[in-house]
Design a protein around this ligand. Structure first.
Ligand code: TRP
Ligand code: SF4
Length: 400
């Protein structure tokens, strides 16, 4: 039976916080019981934007793996590895680059967005332009069919599907397919076969989706085609020959509802985070000093939870009874803000307790983590090698 294969990666660009836990890691922990899962540290991807800060990457890689393990990602259920330990990712990236039109990369929305956003960095590099293609290689090399990602990454998955289709089209044709397809084109008649060829060229050379749709419509309307020829011409358009690389689907991860200490989204760049394994004193202090409804200056002033970041935490962490207590107590000035914060502090500490414990095991014995990654990279390498054999064969690179 075919088991769905899930793959996802994370860039090691800073320590993980509760936003990552609620947004991503909790989901990974759930998925690992349902599917064959591969999770990896995308260290090369981090270099596309942090090429001038290699020391940050080295440090963060191991911290991040410990964070994953602390969150409950289980190495006996999921395969954990580091991208650069499986160099076949780079080989596939290179080979795919041969058939990747520059226009496709330039049109990926994150390319311009990130360049405009990260103005302190020069991102007009070859590596940064190729970011989505490296991601495609990550996915296609494992023939992963489900990729858990946030909304912002969906265009990268769509791009990956187009690359897989193009690869299959260029290298996946069976013997005699071309001749049969050519013969079928002729059967379209002079005018329509000319149009079909033009549309096909436009789609294949420029990725023109309208041309693809028009060519499909043309085939639907061509009444004199046999079923076999029609199928062939659909395949000829897009590459329906042999499937060497399989097209993945995005498994959309719901955006995290985890608020930051200031009420904005929790994010390192806003400096409003609680890290995954932050020590209890620091967590307590951060929550005790976090801002509240600014209208509540004195203890005797009533407040409005809707204007208070602490309430956002209650929404994540508290049960109905506690929330009710907050609503009433705040609006009537019946409770003080420190009092109101205590259940949040307790809940966050309780959530973190098993994470701190699990992490301690790995901090005490770092060879455990090294071994988990060595084993995972080995397993990943074996899967990658299978795909690479097919890819090299298809591209004429089999010299043995
Ligand atoms: N680009 C992803 C991000 O920024 C990380 C990533 C790299 C990834 N390769 C991947 C995610 C492959 C899913 C699959 O979040
Ligand atoms: Fe915020 Fe609670 Fe204080 Fe109301 S009582 S302002 S909800 S911290």
């Amino acid at each position: 039976m075919f088991v769905d294969r899930v793959l996802s990666g994370m860039r090691p660009t800073g320590s993980l916080h509760l936003g990552h836990y609620h947004g991503v890691l909790k989901n990974w922990v759930k998925l690992q019981h349902e599917f064959q899962c591969l999770f990896f540290v995308a260290d090369w991807h981090a270099l596309t934007t942090h090429y001038d800060a290699p020391e940050i990457i080295g440090q963060n890689v191991w911290d991040m793996v410990v964070d994953w393990l602390a969150a409950g990602v289980d190495p006996s259920q999921a395969t954990l590895f580091i991208q650069s330990q499986v160099p076949e990712h780079a080989e596939l990236h290179l080979l795919l680059s041969m058939i990747t039109p520059l226009g496709w990369l330039e049109r990926v929305p994150t390319y311009k967005d990130q360049q405009e956003k990260l103005t302190d960095k020069d991102l007009s590099t070859y590596g940064f332009l190729g970011y989505p293609l490296l991601q495609s290689a990550d996915i296609l090399i494992y023939r992963a069919n489900r990729v858990p990602v946030g909304e912002d990454q969906v265009p990268h998955i769509e791009f990956t599907r187009e690359i897989a289709r193009r690869f299959n089209h260029v290298y996946g044709r069976e013997t005699g397919f071309e001749q049969k397809a050519e013969a079928a084109v002729k059967k379209l008649g002079v005018k329509r076969s000319k149009l079909y060829r033009e549309l096909r060229t436009r789609y294949q050379q420029q990725g023109d989706q309208e041309a693809l749709a028009a060519a499909k419509a043309l085939l639907e309307e061509a009444a004199n085609l046999s079923m076999g020829d029609r199928e062939r011409l659909f395949g000829f358009l897009e590459g329906g020959g042999k499937m060497i690389l399989s097209e993945p689907h995005a498994l959309l991860t719901e955006a995290s509802k985890m608020p930051g200490l200031d009420g904005q989204k929790m994010s390192k760049s806003y400096n409003n985070t609680i890290t995954l394994r932050e020590d209890a004193d620091s967590v307590t202090k951060k929550i005790r000093t976090m801002p509240t409804d600014p209208a509540r200056v004195r203890r005797s002033d009533p407040g409005d939870p809707d204007k208070c970041p602490v309430w956002e935490f209650h929404k994540v962490y508290s049960d109905d009874a506690t929330r009710d207590w907050v609503q009433k107590g705040c609006r009537s000035a019946g409770i003080g803000c420190l009092e109101c914060k205590q259940p949040v502090i307790d809940a966050v500490l309780k959530e973190q307790e098993p994470m701190r414990e699990r992490a301690q095991l790995y901090l005490d014995d770092p060879t455990l983590v090294r071994n988990i990654i060595a084993e995972g990279s080995d397993r990943a390498h074996k899967l990658a090698a299978e795909t690479m054999r097919d890819v090299r064969n298809a591209m004429g690179l089999n010299y043995s």
